[in-house]
Design a protein. Structure first.
Ligand code: TEU
Ligand code: CA
Length: 540
């Protein structure tokens, strides 16, 4: 049905610009580097690129601390380069999605520089302040990257609020002037022809620090609806809000088909299933596979007809999925394809994070080789708390954000073809075996499998609109489901683990069917699943 918004049958590719392609030898990826790689992205078949932030920034949190929303950081290029990227990408039928960081700015943003000059400054109220006495914090709220949420400013006798680092003061959305400035800025980018926006930690903008509320504050959806009305609804955009605190019912608001808020949200319920309950992501636990199936299935069922899912295993904050829930050693290729199959046949818009299509893996570096503020802070914090070094490193190897941020592996030349200089973060030493050049040449590569999955989505409307049903809910190894649209039925069967097992599909699916994709050249038999075997059937 061609009345659908374009993003319903699109696949988005996330680029972390500083790690994608360096064009000038300074060791940092840049906009020209992305332009140089558009052919590769067109070959993969994606429809849009989500760019992690490239606006002007002191890079305390790699660009998630913006000091000028209407300029590009010189490290990445200029406004001209961005206009060029948008135009060149359009020639490849690829849209550019920008990352809007609206919960906070950099402390070096001119608004904050003014705001902390005096309480009467016209920008003072752009941020969240509380009067106080040094040493007596307004409350015990903790910042995401460690320490208190409150930072003392001696000259004012006030604390400012920051949910992330001290260099990321939170904006005060209760101030209508702040909202207006933000909307003007968004409209300015829309005039430049961007295809959409990803909204960083959007569920935290309506915080109520006095009540210790961060996510889902009472005015959240009023603010989002106002923003959408004043900006997004004037264009034909894809918009995706990052909402850690989302539930299916909240997601129905965020992604209401009436277009009053966003196209979709990123929800993270499946992402926390391998950590100790109620603890931090660093407190590792084995994946609860049954729960994973139930959680993903719950979201599929709840949003069908009422909203829209985004589908992802990876992003720039998460470890590499093949290392996390696959097997990055003897079954790297098989398990990467299996995980892709599970995800890409569900209802929603799939997101591929750079290098995922190559099966790039996690890394194990020395502490001083890491660059991420969160990783470095947790190392300090847990060292001070008396954790053993090996234990801390084990958590960082499993969950550290730099796992996703190592440079893109293009070829077997020095630094994986990412840079002619010194890369800002060390390249994963496995780049001579895992790289794009090899993948493009190999018919059985993970890259070519992703390409096929993307093509299937374009070919079979059932993948876009079909109703989801989970099969074998309690099976400890198999992830199986169907998608049904009118008289078309798709059957997906995946072995999530590395042992050969019997495939106990329900009787009604033992009839005639066509195998449309499989990650093995040959199946043993219909009743046997090889390690990480994944099959997609069309029922006859
Ligand atoms: O992340 C949101 C967020 O909540 C992160 O703290 C996330 O929980 C963490 O990375 C997981 O350990 C967004 C961005 O994606 C992230 O890169 C930024 O650092 C953060 O917002 C602040 O802007
Ligand atoms: Ca560069």
């Amino acid at each position: 049905n061609n009345q659908q918004p374009w993003w319903k049958n699109s696949v988005v590719y996330q680029i972390y610009p500083r790690s994608f392609q360096d064009s000038n030898g300074d060791g940092i990826g840049d906009l020209q580097g992305i332009i140089d790689r558009l052919d590769y992205l067109e070959e993969l078949g994606i429809d849009a690129i989500w760019l992690s932030p490239v606006c002007k920034s002191p890079q305390d949190d790699n660009g998630y601390d913006i000091s000028d929303y209407m300029d590009i950081d010189p490290m990445f290029g200029s406004i001209k380069d961005m206009e060029n990227l948008i135009a060149r990408a359009n020639e490849h039928n690829i849209k550019i999605i920008l990352d809007l960081v609206l919960n906070h700015s950099s402390d070096e943003h001119s608004w904050f520089v003014e705001a902390k000059k005096s309480k009467d400054n016209r920008y003072h109220d752009y941020y969240v302040w509380r009067d106080g006495v040094k040493g007596e914090l307004p409350n015990d709220m903790k910042a995401c990257f460690g320490g208190s949420c409150w930072e003392w400013v001696e000259d004012l006798g006030q604390y400012y609020f920051h949910l992330f680092s001290v260099k990321q003061p939170d904006l005060n959305w209760d101030n209508p002037k702040v909202r207006e400035e933000i909307y003007n800025m968004i409209n300015w980018w829309m005039d430049k022809g961007v295809g959409g926006f990803r909204l960083d930690v959007i569920d935290q903008i309506a915080k109520e620090p006095d009540l210790k509320i961060t996510n889902n504050g009472p005015k959240l959806h009023d603010y989002i609806r106002e923003m959408s009305r004043e900006t997004f609804q004037k264009g034909d955009l894809i918009t995706v809000g990052e909402a850690w605190g989302s539930t299916p019912s909240l997601a129905k608001l965020y992604s209401n088909p009436d277009n009053s808020e966003f196209s979709m949200v990123f929800q993270f319920e499946h992402i926390g299933l391998d950590q100790e309950e109620g603890k931090e992501k660093w407190d590792l636990a084995p994946l609860d596979f049954i729960k994973l199936k139930k959680v993903l299935s719950k979201w599929q069922v709840a949003l069908h007809g009422y909203g829209w899912n985004s589908l992802f295993w990876n992003n720039h904050d998460l470890p590499r999925i093949v290392s996390r829930w696959g097997n990055d050693k003897e079954y790297r290729v098989e398990s990467a394809k299996m995980l892709a199959t599970v995800l890409h046949c569900m209802q929603g818009t799939p997101y591929i994070y750079q290098g995922e299509e190559l099966g790039m893996t996690n890394v194990k570096y020395q502490v001083d080789e890491y660059r991420d503020i969160e990783t470095l802070n947790i190392y300090e914090e847990r060292t001070q708390k008396g954790y053993a070094k090996e234990e801390i490193m084990k958590s960082i190897y499993a969950k550290g954000r730099d796992n996703a941020r190592t440079p893109m592996q293009w070829d077997s030349t020095d630094n994986a073809g990412f840079t002619k200089g010194e890369p800002w973060l060390k390249v994963n030493p496995n780049y001579t075996e895992i790289n794009a050049e090899l993948a493009l040449k190999d018919d059985n590569s993970i890259f070519n499998y992703y390409k096929k999955l993307i093509a299937l989505r374009k070919q079979y409307p059932v993948i876009i609109d079909g109703k989801f049903e989970l099969l074998l809910e309690e099976d400890p190894n198999i992830f199986a489901y169907t998608r049904t649209l009118e008289d078309t039925e798709l059957l997906v069967i995946c072995n999530f683990y590395g042992e050969t097992i019997g495939c106990t599909i329900p009787e009604q699916y033992k009839k005639d069917k066509e195998l449309i994709l499989c990650n093995y050249k040959q199946s043993v038999s219909e009743e046997v699943l090889q390690p990480y075997e994944a099959r997609i059937y069309l029922m006859k």
